[in-house]
Design a protein around this ligand. Sequence first.
Ligand code: CMX
Length: 439
Amino acid sequence: MEYIKNRFFQKASRCISEYQRLKTEHGDKVIGQVTIGQVLSGMKGIPALVTDTSKLDPNEGIRFRGHSLPELREKLPRLEEEGEPLPEGLFYLMLIGEIPEKDDVLNISKDWATRAYVPQHVFDVIDAIPRNSRPMTQFSAAILAMATESIFQKAYRAGVNKKYYWDSTYEDVMNLIARLPRIAAYIYRRIYHNGHHIEPNPQLDWAGNLAHMMGFDSVEVKRLLRLYMVIHADHEGGNVSAHTTHLVGSALSNAYYAFAAGMTGLAGPLHGYANQDVIYWLNEMCDHLNTDEPTDAQIAAYIEKTLREGRVVPGYGHAVLRITDPRFTVQQEFADKYVKNDKLINLVNAIYRVAPPILESTGKIKNPWPNVDAYSGALLNHYGITEYTFYTVLFGVSRSLGVLASLIQDRLYGMPLERPSSFPLSWFKKQAEGTSEGC
Ligand code: CMX
């Protein structure tokens, strides 16, 4: 498996000198301006991060190294003709920048299977947390507990030269990604199946093994989880989970620390928690209306009620996108192809008909269209993964692929400590109005 690491180094190391050259030769070049509105709106749109793995276009959606999701569903290697591409292939693409051959993908599957051993103390840490605590609490704690295994940390202590930081980070990242399905499945079986755990099958691919360890051995669930792991893997560098992983990593915290921090960000309702919040909100609506097949008029009234109460409609809106999220569309196509008449999926489709004009009519919601989270829960539910409080953990397992591929690159480029400036509110008022009075 060293050849994947070598291929990455050969390809990416060409950019090290470019990174340094841009910094020294063009450090003064202005590439945009920052408005007070941007600062006060969560730094939206400020070009401030270097991320190679993927780029998000507001009007087109995500591209991974230039490839859209529909393209990748065609191009990335799969196990069966009818199946979905393996997420291992997307990881290869994000890391190296080339579409892999099938053998490359199978080799990553094998490599991750050999790295998948989770030390007992990590399970002990999970078991010490109350069983009814949120799955994301257990997931983040387990990742943090696994930091004892960090090879980077040992290399750093031993005084390794900074130009080799990427090497031990690569090892940490591969080990961490390899172990996440085992940890996620352990939490799933602990909470929802009375701790009846299922051993990994090292012959299976990464997502297939996750399905297996959760207790699902059908072709259908494995196919769904492969799709799920691909579409949630990355969304450029500024989203909370990616940015947090990068920021914490910039302090040379090891990959376990950095990713655990990213996961606690993913756990928030405005980010990855939205996939469970959608189901919670749909259930709440059905209870309120006393039907699981509400009419469009009933749905519209419930959306308006949600907005009146000052709550968000989960699964709708986006900080960057200004169209229906292609990750939503891909799931809808998947459901159209494989699912016949599921009430929850019908409801999700009905909301897609009803919600956008209502959200648009508020005049303040910049994107009235659905995001990835609007669909994913209904699909998981259809295939028997009904425990929606777990859904964000699945998002987290997938998100590791993009943010940790980026972390290796951060280390290879020798990216510095990230440290933007902050000012009191009165300073901004002074910039705008010449006075800070009143603040
Ligand atoms: N329902 C109700 N109000 C919404 C809304 C929604 N779905 N989306 C945006 N708004 C509101 C915002 O809360 C904000 O209100 P205030 O001005 O009162 O603060 C206003 O509209 C403007 O927000 P925006 O600029 O359109 O959106 P932001 O970039 O601030 O936020 C997001 C983006 C995703 C947090 C927001 O659309 C939202 O809360 N959506 C629902 C939660 C969700 O689905 N999150 C998942 C996103 C995808 C992911 O990361 O997984």
